[in-house]
Design a protein. Structure first.
Length: 126
């Protein structure tokens, strides 16, 4: 793959990640809203403690999403410079892309796990 084609592929990958992050932000917001609806109706202290655990996890996911989003924007800026200069991605750029790829895979896995655990928690309240 030529340098510019590799750079273009990296950019497409980043666009896909940004769309996925937007989805995670919306989904996380939905989960936090659902949690507040459930907590408003709950009085059992042990269940409230579990709810606080999920609230903390949702906040941490928001922070992680925003950190990755920032890193992707930085990478995108670097990639656009490479395209303008018609330069192939160097080792550092490729490593950063690999790191972002791994972070996105981790986020997808962890977010899915968190949603599953949260849904199990909600079912335990029924």
């Amino acid at each position: 793959m030529t340098g510019s084609k590799k750079t273009e592929q990296f950019l497409h990958e980043n666009i896909t990640w940004k769309r996925l992050l937007d989805f995670f932000i919306q989904e996380n917001s939905f989960l936090k809203t659902r949690l507040s609806e459930v907590v408003d109706k709950e009085t059992d202290k042990s269940l409230i403690a579990e709810a606080e655990h999920f609230q903390t996890e949702f906040i941490l996911k928001d922070e992680y999403i925003h950190d990755i989003e920032h890193d992707i924007k930085d990478q995108e800026k670097s990639l656009k410079n490479l395209l303008t200069q018609k330069t192939a991605p160097d080792y550092k750029t490729c490593k950063k892309q690999d790191k972002l790829r791994n972070e996105m895979a981790y986020l997808e896995k962890e977010f899915s796990h968190l949603k599953t655990q949260f849904n199990k928690y909600l079912l335990s309240l029924v």
